[in-house]
Design a protein around this ligand. Sequence first.
Ligand code: FMN
Length: 191
Amino acid sequence: MKMLVLLGSPRKGGNSDTLARLVGKSIEEGGGTVDYVYLNGLSLRPCQGCGGCDKSGVCVVKDDMRPLYAAVDQADRILLVSPVYFYGLSAQCKIFGDRMQALWARKYLLKERFRQGEGRKGYLISTAATKGQKIFDCSILTTKYIYDAVDVEYGGELVVKGVDAKKAVLKHQEEVLRAVQFGRDIVEGRV
Ligand SMILES: Cc1cc2nc3c(=O)[nH]c(=O)nc-3n(C[C@H](O)[C@H](O)[C@H](O)COP(=O)(O)O)c2cc1C
């Protein structure tokens, strides 16, 4: 199992990053491989809405998304990792998601289904400082829509609220264990 982890927080070693690496470690221990991509380190232009992908399913913007499209297509599992920023995904994740418009065009305009029947799946990790009831709703909905465009099934989320300081999540042993288990559940095919 080849997993692509898209780290969407600019804060390296922060809460979402910490959880993602625990999940990744479980995947590796279970025999999978994990590639981490730090989105903030890439040069990514927002989608220009130019329709350049409509007839080809390929984005015309030449930037660091080029290798990322290939990585997305090659992955068996994708993990989008984002802090909650203003009740939604971080800008880094949102740009990545919007650029999946090219794959949306491949699926819905060109009617090309990609790696169907292979059981590819995508997941979300998110963390937030506050504890609002709807704090992850927007991020989950957006992420589901991104994975639909990518043509992978949404496999679920690992979300932790009430963590703000950089490594606050490590003070919650139950959340650490939940992350380890989430990774096992992924690699052993339970989610
Ligand atoms: C620009 C910005 C916007 C944020 N917006 C929210 C928000 O709307 N709700 C919330 O609960 N926390 C918000 N936070 C706090 C982060 O979601 C929280 O600290 C999270 O655990 C950070 O994850 P990270 O360490 O992976 O970056 C915001 C933080 C920043 C920097």
